[in-house]
Design a binder for this molecule. Structure first.
Ligand SMILES: [Zn+2]
Length: 68
C-alpha cells in the first residue's frame, strides 16, 4: 500500500514511476510541471484569443448582414 502511494503513472507511456520523478525511467519523457504549465498556458491563451477573435468576426458579420 505504501508503495502505491509513492508512485504515479507516466502520462506518456503509462508505466508506473516514482512520485515526483522529473524524468520517466521507461520512456525518458520530461515530467517537470513548470515547463509544461508555461507552454500549456501559452497555448490556452492563444486558442482563447483566436476563439474570441473568431466569435467577434462572426458577430460582426451577422450584425452587418442584419442591418444592411
Ligand atoms: Zn514514460
Amino acid at each position: 500500500m505504501s508503495l502505491a502511494r509513492n508512485t504515479q503513472k507516466c502520462p506518456f507511456c503509462k508505466e508506473t514511476i516514482a512520485a515526483g520523478a522529473k524524468r520517466c525511467k521507461h520512456c525518458h519523457s520530461d515530467l517537470r510541471a513548470s515547463k509544461k504549465t508555461w507552454f500549456t498556458g501559452l497555448n490556452n491563451f492563444r486558442s482563447g484569443f483566436l476563439g474570441g477573435v473568431l466569435f467577434a468576426v462572426v458577430l460582426f458579420v451577422l450584425g452587418y448582414l442584419h442591418f444592411t
